[in-house]
Ligand binder design. Structure first.
Ligand SMILES: *[C@@H]1O[C@H](CO)[C@@H](O)[C@H](O)[C@H]1NC(C)=O
Ligand SMILES: *[C@@H]1O[C@H](CO)[C@@H](O)[C@H](O)[C@H]1NC(C)=O
Ligand SMILES: *[C@@H]1O[C@H](CO)[C@@H](O)[C@H](O)[C@H]1NC(C)=O
Ligand SMILES: *[C@@H]1O[C@H](CO)[C@@H](O)[C@H](O)[C@H]1NC(C)=O
Ligand SMILES: *[C@@H]1O[C@H](CO)[C@@H](O)[C@H](O)[C@H]1NC(C)=O
Ligand SMILES: *[C@@H]1O[C@H](CO)[C@@H](O)[C@H](O)[C@H]1NC(C)=O
Ligand SMILES: *[C@@H]1O[C@H](CO)[C@@H](O)[C@H](O)[C@H]1NC(C)=O
Ligand SMILES: *[C@@H]1O[C@H](CO)[C@@H](O)[C@H](O)[C@H]1NC(C)=O
Ligand SMILES: *[C@@H]1O[C@H](CO)[C@@H](O)[C@H](O)[C@H]1NC(C)=O
Ligand SMILES: *[C@@H]1O[C@H](CO)[C@@H](O)[C@H](O)[C@H]1NC(C)=O
Ligand SMILES: *[C@@H]1O[C@H](CO)[C@@H](O)[C@H](O)[C@H]1NC(C)=O
Ligand SMILES: *[C@@H]1O[C@H](CO)[C@@H](O)[C@H](O)[C@H]1NC(C)=O
Length: 777
């Protein structure tokens, strides 16, 4: 038992008498910009560094607490003391403390996000505090991209012209590394790479102090309820511009209480290793900022994240090997990496701002070139008719303009979607150093392998039909990343580790085990994945003008296209990527993928000099698209059906998007025009359902479809998705699957998606533009 402090029993008793006492949620929430999404990214740099602030029930940073992507509560506590009065701005830990007149809740003022930052401002008495969470998205910078750490910087300023005395407190608990609260943890404090316990030689410019904690009995490459069972969690800070910094660990109530009464910590490392459920151990820093005026104070910077080394298991011809993280090639060991990252804040901020400025300017140029309908033709909110008894009763179809929720311009709506999506996409990937010596001779060891965790749906590695919807982000941001992501799949199949003639579904059932499916019993999506592989390989090559890539993979791509030739026009009973909707024969949109894939193969064969193959693929694609139209178009002539045999059925025909993206010209323009006119007639309040079987939709496919539509319909897709983002109470990281009628997760089937990388598909409009000439021109 850990009883090192006399406070312990007293506090437990007091907490029982004053449960959740003074800190009630603020009655009116903060104001949001550019939108109020269900969850705000805080530290999102990888599958295991993936923390969010839920906005459900009008809650925010200091009323809802912080959650891991599936919703598990994480202890992250932040307090600011102003002239002796302490205000909680982050977390809800103060609710476990006795009611003190000097302990209050900071009042949330604003929450703003862009592609890199989530910024929160609070009033803490006469002081305004800004908590700025930075998870850089720098897709062209492989070294920085591979770092699994995130920044929080805190600044304060006086708002009443007076000078105030200010201290800061911040702690993390052990829930960041273990689902179970009874697994014994171990921890230590380091200055630089030296373990310390007691007063340190801190000072301005000294090496960051780092809390490192881990499971006492790690399990290499294991996961438990999505939490990694190996590696170290790291939490760092330095004195920076403060007068001094202290640290401490121990029972949360003791450590925080100690701070509340003395505004500093003891520079001690708790000696009793235990699970986080037993006298909840926390790892804390406190900074004394001294006097603070109306100018923003010197910032205090914290960095945090989950660090794994090795990071992946990978099947090669010399057996299964462990792969090291790419950052170790850039920075060395964990301490050097932490120190580099900590000291890199200013440069990271600069690079982050550049990427953000480019994104804003690219959105602007897209809409300059492809304007939204003129405002005079838009419906005002009062003209929107929503009849809940009539599935099609939302928009007036006589004079619809395709605008569902015109509270902001379409460009602003689109920006609010893509800015939120960027960190979520990158948060599903890790970069690894390729195996040292294998038969994969063409692998250039100056380039990483990239692995995706299929977050939330089933944790597969490099799922082909999850990479495919995310593709627009990578084509926009750095097509090479698409290649690094495809590379392990190609290596596996070109080494004949996979027995089927069609493309594999994924590279392993459970991240981080990229061990393939040597028995070929992976999820059966043959047309889906074969088409996806061809389209992604060609898309990469086209965007990077890399014909030799197609040359070296030609045999495998040809094998997949032979499968498409045989099976794509009349797909048998198969799953498409939307596997939650179940199997279906003759899926119109799936068949179209096969046809578009064959048209892409026509280009691949031409570019690589396989001219007779090219004319075969061309002839097949042309025959198929003619036959497809006879099956696919509903007898009413107004839309395509979901599957050939179901009259009046419908679905989003999103696989037409690569036809435009890659200039394949296989889908006749009248098909796109017909669909564009049809979608608004079935739109619900939060967008167009995925298909006629359900009221739910997929945001990624909506945005793919949007890119194939006329501006009015595109505007409907974009603004209704932004309206959903602003209105849903789902409360978890951006779900790509939601109900179009009530904004919630689907009830039937009862599944909830969150934090998936498929939100990369929201970049569909920007990728289209990127493919048509220099972005930003
Ligand atoms: C979200 O809603 C708020 C408040 O109604 C509004 O000010 C803001 O413009 C909306 N944002 C978007 C992207 O719709
Ligand atoms: C959130 O706030 C809005 C506006 O203040 C209010 O209409 C709504 O009922 C609140 N929702 C909840 C769940 O408290
Ligand atoms: C967030 O704060 C940073 C400075 O810490 C600033 O550069 C960035 O523009 C801010 N972003 C938003 C959306 O407020
Ligand atoms: C702060 O001082 C300025 C200039 O002296 C004055 O205009 C302003 O009203 C003061 N603000 C407060 C909150 O006292
Ligand atoms: C830890 O807690 C889990 C339930 O969360 C329980 O199944 C397990 O038996 C416990 N282990 C120990 C060692 O108490
Ligand atoms: C990965 O494989 C190892 C070795 O078989 C196994 O112990 C571990 O549990 C696997 N990880 C996951 C997440 O399934
Ligand atoms: C975690 O840190 C410990 C040192 O505290 C080290 O021995 C171990 O190798 C680290 N584990 C990983 C996976 O980095
Ligand atoms: C930290 O700085 C404050 C303000 O200068 C000072 O009052 C306090 O004594 C210092 N604490 C330590 C441990 O140096
Ligand atoms: C740190 O030092 C204190 C005081 O000597 C001691 O009680 C504690 O056990 C030490 N912590 C560790 C992890 O050794
Ligand atoms: C659209 O049509 C309805 C009835 O057909 C009419 O009431 C409404 O004013 C029209 N709206 C516009 C913007 O023309
Ligand atoms: C594409 O690559 C080819 C051969 O490597 C080269 O001749 C051509 O100029 C490149 N085109 C562009 C647009 O860079
Ligand atoms: C699939 O579509 C084809 C072409 O319309 C049709 O002949 C066949 O009967 C359909 N299959 C099923 C199971 O309905």
């Amino acid at each position: 038992m850990h009883l090192s402090s006399l406070f312990t029993t007293v506090l437990v008793a007091l907490a029982a008498v004053h449960p959740a006492s003074a800190q009630l949620p603020a009655s009116s929430g903060p104001s949001y910009s550019p939108a109020r999404p269900p969850a705000i990214p805080l530290a999102v740099r990888g599958p295991y560094t993936n923390a969010w602030s839920s906005t459900s029930y009008n809650g925010t940073l200091n009323t809802n607490g912080v959650v891991f992507w599936p919703g598990n509560a994480l202890g992250w506590e932040g307090m600011v003391t102003v002239d002796g009065v302490t205000y909680e701005y982050l977390g809800t830990g103060s609710q476990g403390l006795p009611a003190l007149s000097t302990l209050k809740s900071a009042t949330p003022l604003t929450v703003s996000y862009d592609s890199q930052y989530s910024n929160f401002t609070f009033a803490a008495g006469p002081v305004e505090l800004t908590a700025s969470f930075l998870s850089p998205v720098l897709p062209k910078d492989l070294c920085r991209t591979s770092i699994p750490l995130s920044y929080l910087t805190v600044t304060v300023r006086s708002t009443d012209n007076a000078t105030h005395n200010v201290q800061l407190y911040n702690d993390l608990n052990g829930a960041w590394i273990s689902y179970e609260n009874n697994r014994t943890l171990e921890w230590a404090m380091y200055q630089g790479s030296t373990s310390i316990n007691g007063s340190s030689s801190s000072g301005k410019g000294s090496a960051p102090h780092t809390w490192l904690y881990a499971l006492q009995e790690p399990y290499l490459f294991g996961e438990n309820y999505q939490f990694p069972q190996w590696g170290n969690f790291t939490f760092s800070s330095a004195q920076g511009g403060a007068q001094n910094m202290t640290y401490g660990s121990g029972y949360s109530a003791n450590v925080r209480y100690r701070y509340l009464i003395s505004h500093s910590l003891r520079n001690n490392v708790d000696g009793e290793f235990r699970g986080w459920g037993e006298q909840e151990p926390v790892f804390a820093f406190s900074h004394d900022l001294g006097s603070v005026t109306g100018n923003a104070s010197a910032a205090v910077t914290y960095t945090l994240g989950s660090v794994q080394d090795p990071i992946m298991r990978y099947l090669t011809s010399s057996g299964i090997v462990s792969l090291k993280p790419w950052w170790s090639k850039c920075y060395g060991d964990i301490f050097s990496m932490i120190a580099f990252h900590y000291d890199d804040l200013a440069q990271s901020q600069k690079l982050a701002s550049q990427w953000e400025a480019q994104l804003k300017s690219d959105v602007k140029s897209y809409y300059r070139a492809n304007p939204a309908p003129a405002p005079s033709t838009q419906l005002s909110p009062s003209q929107i008719i929503f009849d809940s008894d009539d599935a099609y009763g939302y928009l007036n179809t006589n004079n619809y303009t395709g605008v569902a929720a015109p509270t902001v311009s379409e460009a602003q709506a689109y920006y609010s979607i893509v800015a939120l999506s960027a960190r979520q996409v990158m948060g599903a990937y890790i970069l690894a150093i390729p195996p040292q010596s294998t038969s994969f001779t063409r692998q250039n060891s100056s380039e990483p392998l990239m692995f995706q965790k299929e977050i939330s749906s089933d944790g597969n590695v490099n799922t082909v039909d999850v990479m495919y919807p995310a593709m627009p982000f990578f084509l926009y941001a750095n097509p090479n990343l698409l290649r690094y992501n495809l590379e392990p799949l190609l290596q596996n199949q070109e080494s004949n580790f996979y027995p089927n003639e069609y493309s594999m579904h994924d590279l392993g059932s459970s991240f981080p085990n990229a061990t393939g499916h040597v028995e070929g019993n992976d999820e059966y999506m043959p047309v889906e994945e074969s088409g996806n592989m061809i389209l992604m390989a060609y898309a990469y090559a086209k965007f990077n003008n890399d014909t030799s890539y197609l040359q070296s993979h030609y045999p495998l791509l040809k094998q997949f296209s032979n499968y498409l030739t045989e099976y794509s026009l009349l797909p048998g009973v198969q799953l498409s990527t939307d596997d939650f909707a179940g199997e279906l024969v003759n899926q119109t949109n799936l068949a179209l993928k096969g046809i578009v894939g064959l048209a892409a193969m026509r280009e691949v064969a031409t570019l690589t000099g396989h001219f007779s193959d090219a004319s075969n693929f061309s002839a097949t694609a042309n025959d198929f698209i003619k036959a497809w139209q006879t099956y696919a178009i509903d007898p009413s002539g107004t839309h395509t059906v979901l599957s050939y045999q179901y009259r009046a059925s419908y679905g989003l025909l999103y696989n037409a998007y690569p036809d435009l993206l890659l200039n394949l010209s296989i889908v006749p323009p009248h098909i796109l025009a017909m669909q564009s006119a049809f979608y608004p007639t079935i739109s619900q309040i939060f967008g167009v359902p995925l298909d006629s079987r359900h009221e739910y939709t997929k945001s990624d496919w909506e945005m793919w479809a949007a890119a194939t539509c006329a501006p009015g319909t595109r505007s409907l897709f974009v603004t209704s998705l932004a309206a959903w983002l602003n209105a849903t109470e789902t409360g978890l990281p951006f779900s790509d699957l939601y109900d179009t009628t009530d904004g919630e997760a689907p009830q039937n089937p009862n599944i909830e998606f969150m934090a998936r990388p498929v939100v990369g598909g929201h970049f569909s409009l920007l990728a289209l533009r990127a493919g048509k000439g220099p972005v930003g021109s």
